[in-house]
Design a protein around this ligand. Structure first.
Ligand SMILES: Nc1ncnc2c1ncn2[C@@H]1O[C@H](COP(=O)(O)OP(=O)(O)OP(=O)(O)O)[C@@H](O)[C@H]1O
Ligand SMILES: [Mg+2]
Length: 245
């Protein structure tokens, strides 16, 4: 995968979702510049020059048949400052039209209320986004992506700048969403968030260092934290476990 003429990702092989179709929370972890955003853009289908196959929900990434079923929350919140939280959601909901069948059956106003409640902003529906904190804004942005009842939600560093309580609550939300059938691919460069994932993929310099459950990675490297596991993998990075050259 090239960006600005340079190859950014090398031989990535990563699956989100368990055999049998159960949803899970997969964490994409690694240092800044490692390629997390680029990989997520490829999964959503907005990254140009992808060689190789990126399949999402059984279709080519970004193809019209899956576009409405994949939510993407970018690193910078994409909401209108001069609208209220509710107005933002109504606007994006109207653009979206339907989403999945279940989403189509429920009136937009109700879906807006439910999405705001999911991100803990039920009390802020009528608040203008400009007057919100950074964390609240990013949750409005996340809520817009819940409207379509996505089968896959791709979240690029959604917890950056959030206080510990909000971070914990948001991770609980991710697991609730996964339990309700939405697969989640979430990036972070905060290693302590790794333990909150069902499975993690460690990405460094465009290569997958390793994938597995946090427990598996600790066992494989004989370490007690995922951060230490990551460092051990970096130090022993003669080959490229989990990734082709
Ligand atoms: N538009 C672009 N054109 C050229 N190169 C780019 C572009 N965007 C990113 N890159 C390069 O691609 C590499 C991976 O960047 P990417 O944004 O995917 O990293 P990241 O893991 O998401 O980092 P961060 O944690 O800082 O968000 C970096 O070396 C970066 O310089
Ligand atoms: Mg990024």
């Amino acid at each position: 995968m090239t960006r600005g003429g340079r190859q950014i990702l090398h031989g990535i092989d990563l699956t989100v979702g368990r055999p049998g179709g159960a949803a899970e929370v997969v964490g994409l972890l690694g240092p800044s510049g490692g390629g997390k955003t680029t990989l997520m853009r490829a999964a959503v289908g907005v990254q140009a020059r992808v060689n190789g196959s990126v399949r999402v929900l059984g279709e080519r990434a970004g193809s019209p048949r899956v576009r409405g079923r994949v939510g993407y929350v970018t690193q910078a919140p994409a909401v209108y400052d001069d609208l209220t939280a509710g107005e933002n959601l109504e606007f994006f909901g109207a653009l979206l039209g339907g989403g999945r069948e279940s989403a189509r059956r429920e009136p937009l106003g109700d879906r807006v209320g439910r999405a705001l409640a999911t991100v803990g902003l039920d009390g802020a529906r009528n608040q203008v986004v400009r007057t919100m904190s950074g964390g609240q804004r990013s949750r409005v942005s996340l809520a817009t992506d819940l409207l379509g009842d996505p089968a896959l939600l791709v979240l690029d560093e959604p917890t950056v700048g959030l206080d510990p309580v909000l971070r914990r609550d948001l991770w609980a939300t991710f697991h609730d969403l996964a339990a309700a059938g939405t697969a989640i691919l979430v990036s972070s460069h905060v290693m302590d968030e790794a333990d909150r994932c069902d499975r993690i993929a460690l990405l460094r310099r465009g290569r997958l260092l390793a994938t597995g459950t946090p427990e598996e990675l600790r066992e494989r490297t004989g370490t007690v934290s995922v951060e230490d596991a990551f460092l051990a993998l970096v130090d022993g990075d003669g080959g490229t476990p989990g990734g082709a050259p």
